[in-house]
Design a binder for this molecule. Structure first.
Ligand code: UD1
Ligand code: UDP
Length: 397
């Protein structure tokens, strides 16, 4: 029987579908494209997100080879799963990749890994091994990440903590590479101290006079009552502190928008704006005083910029910045959010204790390490790549 032996350039198909996956996968696509003699990198997007995905593709000049265009308003998990699975089956048959690369914990991630497994194509998982230990938080991302991990052949863990989670689950150490998080690669390429900030719905906001509190919220487990508590706490917080302004680029999800409009629209010094493109967003983050969020990615980006983060969740799969002191878990209860934010706005010492730049998540070289890991996996080198090691848990801002 003839056994298929792939030859260079090896065909890598990256699959993603949402804003955060695109941001974190873009540096990997760009890195692989620098080595066409080794890898042919194709991109398939499920477009689980549409507008929020497209802005990232534009910024990083990525033109997908396949676009399933699956997004629908108020889509259910079942709809995303079946549409993406059916669509990807056809893409994989046509593209015949030697390896499928997925990222993180979305439903696109899990389904892409499953589709590859069904066609016995090896899977590489970027941002592997993050865990909360609670299968319902974040929901369904914790389970998406575990399921993708079970289907993966080569695990790119961003940190040593993530690697240890995988080893505890019985993954063989030789299949795990600690690379740092590609979010820091993207951030470093996009932050400019001299960035000229255009209005983006923020006309009238005087950055010199107001301390900007930047907020994002979208998690499924926070829909309904938790979001109501979060938004009410934010409204009251802004009332109490006249030298602050709240900037909230509201996720396109109608469930989030409806409640945000009901509670926050029309309030003094509250800017409810459209989701920002990645470049203005991170540069806005760089100017913010304080960040409140239930996002995963912001918990990695904000510490690198020395911005204190209050996380609007009960648990996090990103414990490193909590340990370093720039991120604090506050949950979703009205009183707890108000108390924690009040303290940071009134107690300078408490603020300064949190406001220092830490970089436990990466050094901007994660994509290179992933490229190196793939070279090793395909036998293009005999040297196992060097792993990411955070230099210091705390650096001066
Ligand atoms: C998804 C991911 C979540 C990730 C988040 C990043 C899953 C199950 N969830 O959650 O892990 O943190 O993306 O933002 O994979 N919409 C638009 N335009 C867009 C994007 C979304 O209109 O560009 C609206 C649509 O009505 C859509 C809804 O938002 O149905 C929800 O999108 P969906 O991908 O299902 O869930 P997210 O909450 O965005
Ligand atoms: N982001 C953005 N515009 C916004 C809000 C967030 O570009 O208006 C970026 C942010 O910098 C981060 C990513 O989107 O890189 C986080 O995405 P999200 O919070 O949607 O998903 P999560 O990280 O929670 O999975």
């Amino acid at each position: 029987m003839e056994v298929y032996q792939p030859m260079p350039p090896y065909k890598i198909l990256t699959v993603f579908g949402t804003r955060p996956e695109a941001i974190k996968m873009a540096p990997v696509v760009q890195e692989l494209n620098l080595h066409p003699e080794e890898f042919t990198c194709r991109v398939a997007v499920t477009a689980q997100h549409r507008e929020m995905l497209d802005q990232v593709l534009r910024l990083f000049h990525i033109q997908p080879d396949y676009d399933l265009d699956i997004m629908r308003p108020r889509q259910t998990l079942e709809e995303i799963t079946t549409r993406a699975l059916n669509g990807l089956a056809g893409v994989l048959k046509e593209a015949q990749p030697d390896l499928v690369l997925v990222h993180g914990d979305t439903t696109t991630t899990f389904v892409a890994a499953l589709a590859a497994f069904y066609q016995q194509i090896p899977v590489g998982h970027v941002e592997a091994g993050l865990r909360t230990g609670d299968r319902y938080a974040p929901f369904p991302e914790e389970m998406n990440r575990r399921l993708a991990g079970a289907l993966t052949d080569i695990h790119f863990a961003p940190t040593a903590t993530a690697r240890d989670n995988l080893l505890r689950e019985g993954i063989a150490p030789e299949h795990v590479y600690v690379t740092g998080n590609t979010v820091i690669d993207a951030l470093k390429a996009t932050i400019h101290d001299e960035y000229h900030f255009q209005a983006h719905g923020l006309a009238g906001l005087d950055f010199e006079q107001k301390r900007v509190i930047l907020v994002t919220a979208h998690r499924r487990e926070n829909w309904g009552e938790p979001l109501r508590e979060i938004f009410t706490a934010l409204r009251d917080l802004i009332h109490r502190h006249p030298d602050t302004a709240l900037v909230f680029p509201v996720h396109y999800n109608p469930r989030v928008r409806q409640l945000a409009n009901e509670i926050l629209d029309g309030q003094d010094r509250v800017y409810l704006i459209e989701p920002l493109d990645y470049e203005p967003f991170v540069n806005l983050m760089n100017r913010a005083y304080l960040i409140l969020t239930d996002s995963g990615g912001l918990q990695e980006e904000a510490p690198a910029l020395g911005k204190p983060v209050l996380v609007l969740r009960e648990v996090t799969e990103r414990p490193e910045a909590v340990a370093a002191g720039t991120v604090r878990l506050v949950g979703t209860a009205y009183r707890d959010i108000l108390a924690a934010a009040d303290e940071l706005l009134t107690d300078r010492q408490a603020y300064l204790q949190m406001a220092h730049a830490v970089n436990p998540y990466g050094d901007g070289q994660a994509s290179r390490r992933i490229h190196a890991g793939l070279r090793y996996y395909f036998g293009l080198t005999v040297a196992r790549p060097q792993e990411f090691q955070p230099r210091a848990s705390r650096t001066k801002n």
